[in-house]
Design a protein around this ligand. Structure first.
Ligand code: ACO
Length: 317
């Protein structure tokens, strides 16, 4: 038994905040943000929206593209670093909002690599026969957890959600998944829960950008080699790279590592900023809908985030 992607969906909030808008209230420039990160704008959720609302819209969109109804879904896995509640899970809200049966629903916490983790878990459940159809959704409200007075972090992030419907199949779709964690580097990228950690000074995102950048390029480079070796493939076999969208310079480094021209890389960081766990399924959905990624293409998904955690999936779409 294998798992394969039956459908994709996404949701981006209407409101857009450009770099020029940011220039009006923090000490930054469009030029600094663009050259350091490639970001030009990000989407910001409406005040009335929850993370679960964004996720629910992306899931509906994905179920529609898969031609499935709620009664056919066996499990919901939500990857998020910005859950609406400390407990219960955002997944329980999404399960209810989608009108699903009494099915398994839980969250996965792996920051920007959350979607890769959720996809890997879903793949295992399908391979063992525990479930036939699983929705995996990455969803984030990162604009709510950045300090808007801290120019080194607030310019980087955006809100959004992306989902895939993964289903059992005789032919392999998800060829392999690879996950890693180096907890010794926890302190270079995190957002403390200040209700639990009494000594933490603020709940906002804290990041040592340069260190994160350095680890990301090294670890993602190793991950590409690991993924290709596990499948007895070479760089030339990959049709599309869909990386986590944190920084165009990290993305370009990975394209170089794969000897891949940038038109074979799906890039959304310019239009969306870093949407953490949502960025890969958002990019996949865009590329499927605009016809770049076609059935049968070999697609490499890779991500890196706070933990530190990193993960990949090789997919025959
Ligand atoms: N506008 C203008 N100047 C700024 C801004 C800004 N928005 N932010 C920082 N600066 C200044 C700094 O104060 C510093 O000034 P100084 O030299 O006078 O002290 C200078 O710019 C350089 O700052 P650095 O932080 O060293 O800049 P760097 O080139 O490293 O770029 C960045 C920062 C974009 C954050 C980069 O390090 C990066 O992308 N890192 C990786 C991020 C990432 O991959 N995150 C992973 C996922 S996130 C997750 O898991 C939730």
């Amino acid at each position: 038994m294998h798992s394969t992607i039956l459908g994709t969906g996404s949701y981006l909030p209407e409101k857009i905040l450009t770099n020029k808008d940011l220039e009006q209230f923090i000490d930054t420039t469009d030029e600094w943000i663009t050259t350091r990160t490639g970001i030009k704008q990000r989407h910001v959720a409406a005040d009335t929206d929850t993370t679960a609302d964004l996720a629910t819209r992306a899931c509906r969109n994905a179920m529609e593209s898969a031609g499935l109804t709620p009664d056919q879904i066996d499990m919901v896995i939500v990857a998020t670093a910005t859950s609406d509640d400390a407990f219960p899970s955002t997944a329980s809200r999404v399960q209810h909002a989608l009108g699903l049966r009494n099915i398994v629903a839980f969250d996965v916490s792996a920051a920007c690599a959350g979607f890769n983790h959720g996809l890997s878990i879903a793949d295992q459940y399908i391979k063992t026969g525990f479930a036939k159809i699983i929705i995996v959704v990455g969803c984030e409200m990162l604009t709510r957890v950045v300090d808007w007075a801290d120019r080194s972090t607030c310019v980087l992030f955006g809100d959004g959600a992306g989902a895939v419907v993964l289903g059992a199949s005789d032919t392999p779709g998800v060829l392999s998944t690879h996950l890693h964690c180096d907890g010794s580097q926890h302190g270079i990228l995190y957002a403390p829960n200040t209700l639990v950690q009494k000594n933490a000074d603020s709940p906002f995102v804290k990041m040592e950008g340069r260190e994160v950048f350095r680890h990301a390029v090294t670890r993602l480079g190793e991950l590409v080699d690991e993924t290709l070796a596990a499948n007895n493939l070479t760089k030339n076999d990959i049709d599309w790279l869909i990386p986590h969208q944190a920084n165009i310079r990290i993305i370009q480094a990975m394209a170089k590592k794969l000897d891949m021209s940038m038109d074979k890389v799906i890039v959304t960081v310019d239009a969306q900023g870093n949407t953490s766990a949502a960025s890969i399924p958002l990019a996949l959905d865009i590329a499927v809908r605009d016809g770049r990624v076609k059935r049968g293409d070999l697609v490499l998904l890779e991500s890196f985030g706070g933990g530190l955690v990193w993960g990949s999936a090789l997919i025959r779409y």
